[in-house]
Design a protein around this ligand. Structure first.
Ligand code: SF4
Length: 180
């Protein structure tokens, strides 16, 4: 069987989903037999490669960089997995949405809640360009699989990766489809 090209990506999330991935512990050795990790915050690849088989995408889409990355991932990947509740629903990352658009959020963060030197940083490239609304991944690109949980338990990640690496459909049982 050909080795699977596996990637993981980190959009607007806290990295907790990636911590759960590391909780795969010794099964990571088995995963290394099944798959090559070709892109991830856990390795040193700088550019998302072409012809990726499976990607776990942590986090919601909160800024323009996330949006570009989501489209790049979709164009270059066979199976896109919304990895964790932030990717699936927006979850914690989308809690800012009721405040209003990006400008309101920046004012709240850098002016209203600041004890000293209030002011929104203006230097080019210093802040990511926020989108007015945080959205789940499937609002901007088609998603093939949803892996809920905050974070998804390692056993659920393993179930999904074993199925996809084995070339079969990853039908998650109902007990693996819980949020939170
Ligand atoms: Fe963090 Fe939970 Fe969001 Fe994962 S789903 S990025 S653990 S807040």
């Amino acid at each position: 069987m050909a080795r699977v090209k596996l990637a993981t990506a980190w959009l607007g999330g806290c990295s907790g989903c990636h911590m759960s991935f590391l909780d795969l512990d010794e099964w990571l050795l088995q995963l290394a037999v099944l798959a090559d990790i070709v892109y991830s915050p856990l390795i040193d690849a700088k550019e998302y490669p072409a012809n990726v088989d499976v990607v776990l995408v942590e986090g919601a889409v909160a800024n323009e960089e996330h949006l570009r990355m989501a489209h790049t991932i979709r164009q270059r990947t066979k199976f896109v997995v919304a990895f964790g509740d932030c990717a699936v629903t927006g979850n914690v990352t989308s809690l800012r949405n009721p405040l209003g658009g990006a400008e309101v959020v920046l004012l709240r963060s850098y002016v209203e809640l600041t004890d000293c030197r209030p002011g929104i940083p203006t230097a080019a490239g210093l802040l990511p360009v926020l989108l007015d609304r945080v959205t789940p991944l499937h609002h901007v690109v088609p998603v093939d699989y949803y892996l809920p949980g905050c974070p998804p338990p390692a056993a659920h990640i393993r179930f999904l990766l074993e199925a996809l690496a084995g070339g079969s459909e990853a039908d998650l049982p109902a007990e693996m489809l819980r949020f939170g």
